[in-house]
Ligand binder design. Structure first.
Ligand SMILES: Cc1cc2nc3c(=O)[nH]c(=O)nc-3n(C[C@H](O)[C@H](O)[C@H](O)COP(=O)(O)O)c2cc1C
Length: 201
């Protein structure tokens, strides 16, 4: 299955509904222009004082095979099992101090997440899909790529065209086709007071 439109309760932009996190990837490379568009979308994310604390280590299996293998080796074995097929593997990295003042940026992780959300939505708009992962060894990634102090690896991210669920081992294939679910709006919206759960519509 390569199409997993979110069953949204209220209409949302197509790219947001079409974004999902596949584990089955088609191995064909993605156009360079499409990769640039995804990074461009990340570039235009909002950030605290426009500090833009995001960094992306980008490894393309075809163009940077050694770096790709090095980054893949940092993933948890479970993630490695499926992520190996994606043509692009990235690492998002946050600069943890403001570039302007050198003071700690408490929102760095938030802002890198926003940039990655933009990247993922742009990918979905192009028929690609990104899959973000916490399952990687941040210390190993730091060592493998000489990421300096002051920068924090946040998430590994695959990018590529989604492939058929049937290409995955049985357990993963079942997850790939399971219904997409979310908490209702009222469970995370506090209308006017903390604990006053409710949906505005
Ligand atoms: C920060 C972050 C870490 C994640 N870590 C993993 C991971 O290590 N392995 C994995 O298979 N999926 C991982 N995911 C994917 C989530 O499981 C997925 O986004 C969630 O189940 C919702 O599914 P959807 O993205 O298809 O809507 C991660 C997602 C995010 C945003």
């Amino acid at each position: 299955m390569t199409d997993r439109i979110a069953p949204a309760d209220h209409p949302i932009e197509h790219a947001l509904a079409a974004r999902w996190s596949p584990r089955s990837y088609d191995e064909r490379p993605i156009p360079t222009a499409a990769l640039a568009q995804c990074l461009e979308a990340a570039r235009w994310a909002a950030s605290c004082v426009n500090d833009q604390p995001w960094n992306y280590l980008v490894t393309r299996k075809a163009e940077e095979p050694e770096a790709h293998a090095k980054l893949l080796a940092c993933l948890s074995p479970n993630n490695q099992g499926w992520a190996v097929r994606a043509p692009v593997l990235m690492l998002s990295v946050a600069r943890t101090d403001f570039a302007s003042s050198g003071k700690p940026n408490r929102h760095a992780g938030h802002d890198v997440g926003q940039a990655s959300a933009n990247l993922a939505a742009q990918a979905a708009a192009l028929g690609l899909q990104a899959h973000q992962m916490a399952g990687f060894d941040a210390a190993a990634a730091r060592a493998a790529f000489a990421i300096p102090e002051g920068y924090e690896p946040m998430a590994a991210i695959t990018l590529g065209y989604p492939g058929p669920a049937a290409a995955l081992p049985e357990a993963l294939a079942a997850r790939e086709t399971a219904p997409r679910t979310r908490k209702p709006i009222a469970e995370f919206t506090h209308l006017g007071a903390w604990g006053n759960g409710g949906s505005p519509a």
